[in-house]
Design a protein around this ligand. Sequence first.
Ligand code: C5P
Length: 227
Amino acid sequence: VLPKIITIDGPAGAGKTTVARMLAQKLKYAILESGSIYRTFTWLLLSKKRELLPLRNEAKILEVLKEEIPKLDIKADSQGLKVSYQGTDLTQELREPEVEAHVSEVAALPSVRKLANEILQRIAENRPIVAEGRDMGSVVFPKTKAKFFLTADPRIRAERRYLEWQAKGLVASKEEVLSKIKERDHKDSSRTEAPLTVPEGAIVIDTTTLSPEEVVNRILEALKSSH
Ligand code: C5P
């Protein structure tokens, strides 16, 4: 039998979301997009207490989040994580460049991570999941036997993000996207709390020249041969 928790970690644009989605559909698992929790927290701060960013007062931030979290509805299914706030769906908002620009600083706060991890672990109690993010295999679900780490050349990752942004009608040059991706990678990898790293026991897949289908097949083969 397959493990109930499959983790996929890696930097932005490595293909985690696409691969997690395809894998979840094949296995009938739900997807836990942990980045969406950090994006939700960032959106909450931007829309309710803008003055708290750039971050200075961690205690105050925690207080705001604790007050706002009960107003959220968070559901995981095989399409992804659906988040709504007081009945309003946040899917679009969470992908906005402004949220993206601030999310790494919010995610660097230890107390914020603790809050996110509690939410993530609670969701995973109810159903089998593909958990996708930066520290799923290293911190949040360290005991699972199915861990994957996706990487790709930064230029390719920027190219993928650039195409996504273009499809949404957002204007940015490739250079801008590349520099934003590098900046976010740097912040995510250099923070002291749960930095982006290859989890112990994870299978590393370089997706630079692979299609999402090929990545999914490699993951399925690895899962088959070890379970
Ligand atoms: O994966 P996504 O682009 O949605 O993640 C947004 C941000 O959330 C990341 O750049 C990172 O700062 C933070 N994050 C994190 N730990 C995770 C997932 C995301 O710190 N497990």
